[in-house]
Design a protein around this ligand. Sequence first.
Ligand SMILES: Cc1cc2nc3c(=O)[nH]c(=O)nc-3n(C[C@H](O)[C@H](O)[C@H](O)COP(=O)(O)OP(=O)(O)OC[C@H]3O[C@@H](n4cnc5c(N)ncnc54)[C@H](O)[C@@H]3O)c2cc1C
Length: 338
Amino acid sequence: MSTERFVIIGNGPAANEAATTLRQRAPQSGITVFGKETTRSYKPHLLPDVVAGRLDAEKIFASPEDYYNERDIQLRLGQKVVQVDFNKYQVILEHREVVSFDGLIIATGGKPRIPEPLEVFEDVMMTLKTTEDARLWIDRLARVDSVLMIGGDLTSLSLTRALINIGKKVFFIIDAESFWPLPFNERLHQEIHARLREKGVDVSSSRKIKRLTQLSDCSIQVETDCADFEVGIVGAFFGLVPDVRFLARSGLDIDRGILVDENLQTRFRNVFAAGDCAQVYNPVIRDYWVSIGYDNARTLGRIAALNMLGGMIAAQASPESIFSLNGVQVNTSWWMEF
Ligand SMILES: Cc1cc2nc3c(=O)[nH]c(=O)nc-3n(C[C@H](O)[C@H](O)[C@H](O)COP(=O)(O)OP(=O)(O)OC[C@H]3O[C@@H](n4cnc5c(N)ncnc54)[C@H](O)[C@@H]3O)c2cc1C
């Protein structure tokens, strides 16, 4: 397959590792990476430190500026894939350009989940997934003293720590459903509650958001079932869901993420999925697991590339590190201290 044209959708850690591996193992092949963001590949777990001003935004890139160029990998930033035609083996970009491929790796990762009852307030709430989100946080934080965090996913905890460090008053409404990928139970609840309080966070777990109203650039009115108050920013942190909606009518098998076998292959020949967007079959548990975390993403990106080139490497997840959450099996390489 050495002179074939490979396309990678996504420019996160899974895609980055896949592109590197393809180039190492198939030096003559054509490789094109499409990333919908305009920045080159970065380490998302460092975004809270960027928001807190502890790290320069330039320091979070996964590789030097010339990395792709030097490896003759075509990097097309700011170009979103909106459709894939698996009969013709073509990807279609938002600006209607059509690009043919012989092999495809889908590594589109996840996007912030907003629970349905809160969707109506989506424009008032902030999330943190991209460098553009981080820039908005920095901008808004310069004008406010307080932040309300709703949810409780792993991202929210590291951002809360960062906000405390820069002297912001943090309110937190814990939501039992948002601990993804951690299985929520009373022990975890008590632990996170206690740790947040210890750090000076005003935490509550029983409140339900009734309404959020943007009063001005730096003030949001929060109405809950117990009290009303004003804060500068409301952050929504309910975990990440696979960013695969654009593939819904493509013929791929999709559940939570893209269903792949243990070799990360989809139902189509030479089409693989890797990283947070994949749901990988594990013959031991006879079920699919969802991968979460930076290290997992890189490993899966590498495996997808090797298998594209004829390998038969199975993605490993030990049964002990897989747990079930709302009926979905989750394997995570992501565990952090708060
Ligand atoms: C704030 C934050 C903190 C985190 N902290 C940690 C941590 O401490 N430890 C840890 O292990 N993990 C952490 N994570 C999770 C970790 O970053 C992810 O698991 C990992 O980035 C997944 O990699 P990925 O390549 O699968 O997807 P992503 O990193 O989500 O990358 C997906 C890429 O695909 C692109 N894309 C999506 N759709 C399209 C499309 N249609 N067309 C073109 N491009 C597209 C996106 O722009 C992006 O470049 C954190 C994540 C965040 C956001």
